[in-house]
Design a protein around this ligand. Structure first.
Ligand code: GLN
Length: 280
């Protein structure tokens, strides 16, 4: 009897989970968006040139792409500026139709959301005081390193500081483990950079273009260098827009718009324009 009840419970729970998945995709389907007349995008406007505040409004590469998608559908674009680490779950639950925030495609995130084709690539960078030497990741031994909560920079540095498991589940020692190195998380890289300037931390790890802008805007106090491992390899990443799992009707439009913007060189143009605009 107990087994039957357990089985029934499993069936009920699984059905509930499946129903909630399909409803997120349904809530934000192309048809639903057209009916509402509004495309809701979540971003974190602290990541120039991809998103930053211009006159109090989110602007940037991702916002230009999002606007092109809204125009293609023929609806208004509504941008919500939220914490980066809440974006994926809000897209997953259908609160937002899409997430556009320089989001790196990762296998783990693919379990929660679906991704568009990629619109650009990046690597992680290290921001340091201008006079600090950097050869490779081991140069960060003993340092307190600032990262943005829930980002790929956070995952990479936390693994190297705390150790991690490889694909077969074996414990791997991080290159910064037991060196006195530690990680401090911030809600955005600008806050981490302020802590770096005031000496609370000794390094910040964040994506390339935001890192370069922080260094360029620091009056020569800070520098930004690519994060490489001891063998010289880097952390290759691709950015894409995410939607609720199974939201194929919306994803098709997003892919088409990104493909057109890539083919016409518009994405490169957006990057140049917003990098210039975000210079202090
Ligand atoms: N590309 C990084 C990530 O996806 C950082 C994105 C961001 O901070 N907006 O985790």
């Amino acid at each position: 009897m107990k087994k039957i009840i357990a089985l029934l419970l499993t069936v009920v729970l699984c059905t509930a989970v499946l129903a909630s998945c399909s409803s997120a995709a349904e809530k934000q389907s192309l048809e639903a968006i057209k009916e509402k007349g509004e495309l809701v995008v979540y971003t974190n406007a602290e990541f120039p040139p991809f998103e930053y505040l211009a006159n109090g409004e989110p602007a940037g590469v991702d916002m230009d792409i999002a606007k092109a998608i809204a125009d293609e559908i023929g609806v208004e674009l509504k941008v919500e500026n939220v914490k980066f680490d809440t974006i994926i779950s809000s897209v997953q639950s259908g609160k937002a139709a899409m997430g556009a925030a320089g989001i790196t495609v990762t296998e783990e995130r693919k379990e929660s959301v679906d991704f568009s084709i990629s619109y650009t690539t990046s690597t992680q960078y290290v921001i340091l005081h201008a006079d600090v030497e950097f050869a490779n990741i081991t140069s960060l031994k003993g340092m307190n390193i600032g990262v943005q909560l829930g980002t790929t920079g956070d995952f990479i540095i936390s693994d190297e500081v705390n150790g991690y498991s490889d694909d077969d589940g074996n414990a791997v020692k991080g290159v910064l483990q037991d060196t006195g190195a530690s990680v401090t998380t911030y809600n955005n890289a600008n806050l981490a950079a302020e802590a770096l300037k005031s000496g609370k931390i000794q390094a910040v790890v964040v994506d390339k273009l935001p890192a370069e802008l922080i260094a360029k805007n620091s009056e020569g106090k800070l520098k930004a260098i690519e994060l490489v491992y001891e063998d010289g390899s880097n952390t290759a990443e691709s950015y894409a827009i995410c939607v609720a799992k199974g939201n194929t009707t919306l994803l098709e439009v997003i892919d088409k718009v990104i493909k057109d913007l890539l083919d016409s060189g518009k994405i490169d143009e957006y990057i140049v324009t917003h990098t210039t605009n975000a210079l202090a």
